[in-house]
Design a protein around this ligand. Structure first.
Ligand SMILES: N[C@@H](CCC(=O)N[C@@H](CS)C(=O)NCC(=O)O)C(=O)O
Length: 263
């Protein structure tokens, strides 16, 4: 039996739920309310000392880090292989996953908190907002969060985060030019890892970035047509929440468009 501690909107949780869905595996769900700061509760820190989601518990084994959870599932569970067999494709898959973990994920909160939930968080009682910021363990991430909540798209970190996403989408477009998947002819963990970040552009009102890249748009439509999309994403994230966050992002789109024109 698998127990997954996760959050509906979290990108790292989405990519693990996608792997569960593609492998037709079930898990016992324990949702963590990130906006309320539940990830910092002592009982959760005992499972995941970094106080982030997701965390997987499988018997006596605790498995942390979303990409390692995905590989763990590949190791322990039967079902369709999500790691390619050929070394070149396996390397391509690992390279994408590494890029998402090292470059894309760290800047994702900048885009997210400058746009989607910023108004909701800034409307929280100041002591709740401050406690949640102060609890972020990594000092760089902590200052970054404060800065984007205070300054939104005008925070100094915003342009760089946007540039990381633009580079990513350009490289995905080049890779997907002839159809197929990110790491060869078969769907793999590279695609499942990319999905939440591509969706995040939509959920933050940045759809124009994907629409301008037809091969990425086609890949995203193919990902969304799979049964795993409903199981891993839409069943967890209510459409009205997505629309609320998206509306906040869309308000800033003219400013972002002007930034892109200047770059
Ligand atoms: N490297 C970790 C990153 C996990 C992570 O950043 N999770 C975010 C949600 S996507 C989180 O729990 N944030 C809580 C917070 O920032 O307080 C992984 O891949 O599992």
């Amino acid at each position: 039996m698998f127990t997954l501690y996760h959050n509906a909107a979290s990108s790292c949780s989405q990519k693990v739920r996608w792997t569960f869905a593609e492998k037709n595996l079930e898990f016992e769900s324990k949702e963590i309310d990130l906006l309320a700061g539940e990830q910092h509760a002592d009982w959760y820190a005992a499972i995941n000392p970094k106080c982030v989601v997701p965390s997987l518990v499988h018997g006596d084994q605790i498995v942390l880090e979303s990409s390692l959870i995905n590989l763990y599932l590949e190791d322990v569970a039967p079902g369709p292989a999500l790691v390619p067999a050929a070394p070149a494709e396996r390397y391509a898959m690992r390279k994408w996953v590494h890029r998402f973990d090292q470059e894309v994920h760290p800047v994702t909160p900048v885009l997210t908190f400058a746009l989607g939930p910023r108004k909701l968080i800034n409307a929280q009682p100041p002591e709740v907002r401050e406690a949640n910021i102060a609890n972020i363990q990594d000092p760089v991430a902590r200052e970054q969060r404060r800065s984007v909540l205070d300054h939104g798209v005008h925070a100094p970190q915003f342009k760089r985060a946007l540039a990381v996403f633009i580079d990513l989408l350009d490289d995905m477009e080049a890779t997907l030019q002839h159809g197929g998947w990110l790491a060869g002819d078969s769907i793999s963990l590279a695609d499942g890892t990319a999905l939440p970040y591509a969706l995040r552009t939509h959920n933050l009102g940045l759809d124009a970035l994907v629409a301008a890249r037809p091969a990425v748009a086609d890949w995203l439509a193919r990902m969304q047509a799979r049964a795993s999309y409903d199981t891993a994403v839409t069943q967890w994230l209510p459409a009205e929440i997505v629309e609320l966050l998206r509306a906040n992002g869309l308000e800033e789109w003219p400013t972002i468009e002007a930034m892109l024109a200047e770059a």
